[in-house]
Ligand binder design. Sequence first.
Ligand SMILES: O=C(O)c1cc(=O)[nH]c(=O)n1[C@@H]1O[C@H](COP(=O)(O)O)[C@@H](O)[C@H]1O
Length: 296
Amino acid sequence: MIVPFGQRLAAAVAERGPLCVGIDPHRELLLDWGVGDDVDGLRRFTDAVVDALAGSVAVLKPQLAFYERFGSRGLAVLEDAVVRAHEAGALVLLDAKRGDIGSTMAAYADYLRSDHPMQVDAMTVSPYLGPESLRPAVSTATRFGGGLFVLARTSNPDAGAFQHAVLSDGARQRSVAQVVVDTVRGWNAADGFVGDPPTALAPSVDARSGWGPSTGSFGVVVGATLDALDVDLDGLGGPVLAPGLGAQGGSVSDLRRLFGAGTAVVATVSRDVLGAGPDPAALRTAAARWAEALAT
Ligand SMILES: O=C(O)c1cc(=O)[nH]c(=O)n1[C@@H]1O[C@H](COP(=O)(O)O)[C@@H](O)[C@H]1O
């Protein structure tokens, strides 16, 4: 039976908490770890992170770019890591940030198919070509129980220049970021693309946490680095991936400031945890520190 990603994510968060650890084997980190900036170093780094954390964190988020750097041998490392992460009980969110015309998008979305050599639970996608371009990925995700996280208000300092741009749609004016959020809300409501009025939270979602058996499979990315939440997430019906913690300056109190009760937030941290390696115990301690802060 195919269990939708949103349900699987809600269950993982209930069991393990809302922490996602990003696997970003930066060249500098590989050198700091003393494993070398080569395929062997990439494998040692990746295996160490997966072995240390996949049994305890809800989600691991490998960044595809760091594997593509090493060509097919880098991708082979990632393929193995995805299997190991799943075996240890973690969900895998592939940070791919793909987006293209619909016919090509369908091929990118194959990462969510059960016959893909590296099937993942969810992937990040970019809406820059317009929300309709992502429709094939929504279909694939729905068919195979996968999820999507769409870039809405990203954590980089100059993101607002694009994402605050205002689109006119008759009498209504919305920012680009808001159109993205409204579109994802529509996907979760399963009634088309640009969801208009916020839909009420489904009754089986816990209004205090935003998590529950009917948490949707389609989420948005909103950085923990924002000065203020400048998109309306009401009734999104799906999760919010919040990057920017630690190395980019965001903190757990920023999450509380930005996202009220009832928002299903997955907090993602990469360098602030990875920098503790290669000692597995130190990696686990660094992740546990974030997990505890998120739980209090
Ligand atoms: O989609 C993402 O994961 C993402 C979106 C965003 O707005 N900002 C952002 O930093 N990310 C990713 O999240 C990770 C953040 O890494 P750290 O700053 O080391 O925690 C990187 O892999 C980024 O590519």
